[in-house]
Ligand binder design. Structure first.
Ligand code: HEM
Length: 671
């Protein structure tokens, strides 16, 4: 048979099949918002075209669908249902919990990495791990441990890195910093290991890299065009599958060594006040190495990218909404520098703003389950056994029917109401939660995120730590909006370049603290000013008196600002100019000299090495010089007080003081 004959016979077979399938697919009357679906390939063309913006594309489809549910058919009738309908969400996550699970396909895909960890199992094994983990999660001692870990990472790593960036005006990728922060934290909490990923030189910590490789390659398996391709690569042990095998074996080896050390440590440890999750599991009788290793790896995965994703978008939103940032700052400043648990709990406005931020940018934008049997969703969508039903927090946060016409606005007030008895209003905000099926950012139902409270605790402490000291300013040009991308968890495409600027309210305090080394200098300057004042007075009342009658001289003195009552009030914020203006009437207010000699045994008639010669010319010159000295010192002192130019000026003045006081060279000569 020639090729032409073969093609002709094939077309005779395929054309009727095409029409049959087309008719069949049309008879399903797809929703108006569904993309075009073709026989065999379904909507694969549209799916492929939008592969780099699946989250936004499916969100648009949901938003424009009257039922807020869309059905997408892929290759060979592999059908996926995306829903934003809270009733559907409740149905799959709670009401029919046992009819929808992670599914064997997902389990197989993630098994090499997650094993039988809580993230990757269903049924009784899941129930057991959930019980064991919830018990540990709810202990007060774990919470305390988490607080200590987070506070240490904030104060010893995060803040110093941001401070250096602020001082040098360098651009930082805040997303990277927050990911490193979260990774260090979760590793310390999960198994007491510090990968030291957030260090000033932003190192490639080995454990972090291995974990990242394993997570990326495993989730990449879901994205392969032909799902069995990764299995062939794994069988042949080539390419990414080879790397995954090595990464997983390194991870497990690492975990096994830690488990051995922990077991040894625990034999000598009387209390569990300050220990990680792994130690807790081991201590409560779960000594099977694979069991605890799997749990711990799942926890690291859970805590690794979620909080950092949430915070990255949060700081971006704050940079766009300064009024909200101010409100948060007000709340934070009400609490102590290292807020205790009750204070963090009381940060309701911050809590609301975090919820609001995750409404618009959920760390897990799409998640789903597989149907174990045929079913019908509350909105009438027909589900066949084996179909994936995905709930869509990203789309749900953008639904007008759930959040109103202003859903696009970042408004923490949506989550708040004023506390009070309805008549009187004590002015305090109280938090009003949403039902978790309308806001399934932490999932909902029996498998709701176990780390939710821990995540909020961590995020609020980070927010307080950063905002107390800095303003986060995007380094991109105004009007450039970051792009939301998602690989299981969400990210900001290309990172989040920012400059850290000292917060307005904190500037003086920060500078003050960095100027603490200048306290001595401040004291010295103040003493010198007093001495100078006395000298001027003595000069005027003894050597200077005959000349005070001289109109020139009194003019000079009057404008020179010799009013000690004012000029020595350095606690105020007078500038040299102000003092000069204020002193027109100072003569009468001059404090009476006690006649004592100035410090350092300088005679009233001698300033530094210079002898005073009582001539008109000389005295005018001296008065001018004294005035200059006084203004100069006063300015230096005020600078140090206000801390504004303190650092530069402090260093500058230090040199002068040294020459002036120690070497006794008058300032006009130095200048
Ligand atoms: C803003 C931060 C977080 C968000 C938005 C978040 C969200 C979620 C979501 C959507 C799930 C369901 C995943 C699934 O089953 O497919 C989940 C589960 C889970 N999360 Fe979180 N999470 C966050 C932080 C954390 C942290 C810090 C931990 C603690 C280490 C944690 C521990 C867990 C665990 C153990 C599960 C599995 C629960 C189960 O299957 O029973 N999460 N989380």
């Amino acid at each position: 048979m020639s090729i032409i004959e073969l093609l002709a016979s094939l077309s005779l077979l395929l054309v009727p099949l095409f029409f049959y399938l087309t008719r069949n697919s049309r008879s399903r009357a797809p929703s108006k918002s569904n993309p075009k679906s073709y026989p065999l390939i379904g909507s694969s063309v549209a799916i492929f075209a939008n592969r780099n913006r699946t989250t936004q594309w499916t969100s648009d489809l949901i938003q424009s669908s009257p039922t807020v549910t869309v059905v997408l058919r892929r290759f060979l009738d592999d059908t996926r249902v995306f829903t934003g309908n809270p009733a559907n969400v409740q149905h799959i996550l709670k009401t029919k919990f046992y009819d929808y699970e992670k599914g064997s396909k997902s389990r197989q895909t993630l098994f090499d990495f997650l094993g039988n960890g809580i993230f990757n199992i269903d049924g009784d094994s899941w129930k057991f791990q959930r019980q064991v983990s919830s018990h540990e999660f709810n202990t007060k001692s774990l919470r305390k441990f988490v607080e200590t870990v987070v506070d240490t990472e904030v104060s010893q790593r995060l803040i110093p890195i941001l401070s250096t960036a602020a001082a040098n005006n360098t651009v930082l990728d805040l997303q990277d910093i927050l990911q490193r922060f979260a990774f260090d934290n979760i590793c310390k909490i999960a198994f007491g290991h510090d990968p030291a990923y957030l260090l000033p030189d932003l190192p490639e910590a080995e454990f972090a890299k291995t974990f990242d490789d394993a997570a990326k390659i495993s989730s990449g398996r879901f994205a392969t065009v032909l799902p069995f391709l990764w299995k062939i690569k794994r069988f042949l042990n080539i390419g990414s599958e080879k790397r995954l095998k090595e990464a997983c074996s390194d991870l497990r080896e690492f975990a096994r060594n830690i488990i051995k050390e922990k077991k040894q440590e625990l034999r000598n440890k009387p209390s569990l006040e300050t220990v990680d999750l792994l130690s807790r599991f081991l201590n409560s009788g779960h000594s099977d190495e694979d069991f605890v290793t799997d749990i711990v790896i799942s926890f690291i995965l859970a805590g690794r990218d979620t909080t950092s994703a949430a915070l990255t978008w949060y700081f971006w939103l704050l940079s766009q909404n300064p009024e909200i940032e101010k409100e948060i700052l007000r709340e934070i400043k009400d609490k102590s520098e290292s807020p205790v648990y009750e204070e963090v709990k009381d940060m309701v406005y911050t809590h609301a703003s975090l919820c609001e931020s995750m409404r618009l940018y959920p760390p897990v934008p799409i998640d789903g389950k597989v149907a174990l049997r045929d079913d019908v969703l509350p909105d009438g969508t027909v589900i066949k056994k084996g179909m994936r039903v995905l709930y869509h927090p990203y789309a749900m946060g953008r639904l007008e029917m759930l959040w109103g016409p202003d859903w696009e606005e970042f408004k923490p007030d949506r989550w708040l109401q004023r506390a009070g008895d309805g008549v009187s209003n004590d002015g305090k905000w109280s938090f009003v939660g949403r039902d978790p099926y309308s806001y399934p950012v932490f999932q909902a139902g029996p498998r709701i995120c176990l780390g939710k409270d821990m995540a909020f605790l961590q995020m609020k402490r980070v927010v307080a730590g950063i905002l107390r000291r800095f303003k986060v300013v995007p380094a991109a040009e105004d009007g450039v909006e970051p792009v939301f991308v998602s690989f299981a968890t969400s990210k900001m495409e290309g990172g989040f370049p920012v400059r850290e600027v000292l917060s307005d309210d904190e500037k003086p305090a920060c500078v003050k603290s960095s100027l603490s080394g200048y306290e001595d200098e401040k004291l010295l300057i103040s003493q010198r000013l007093k001495v100078l004042e006395r000298k001027l007075h003595q000069f005027a009342s003894h050597g200077g008196l005959p000349f005070m009658a001289n109109s020139d001289c009194s003019e000079e003195a009057a404008h020179g600002g010799l009013n000690a009552g004012e000029s020595l009030d350095y606690e105020g914020s007078q500038t040299a100019e102000q003092t000069g203006e204020d002193n027109s009437s100072m003569q009468g207010d001059s404090p009476v000299s006690n006649g004592s000699l100035p410090a350092h045994g300088m005679s009233s008639a001698s300033f530094g090495k210079h002898q005073v010669v009582a001539t008109n010319e000389n005295l005018n010159g001296r008065l001018e010089a004294l005035e200059f000295d006084r203004n100069f010192l006063e300015h230096a002192f005020n600078s140090l007080q206000s801390g504004k130019e303190g650092l530069q000026f402090g260093a500058f003045i230090y040199l002068f003081i040294y020459i002036y006081i120690v070497l006794r060279v008058p300032i006009e000569e130095i200048v």
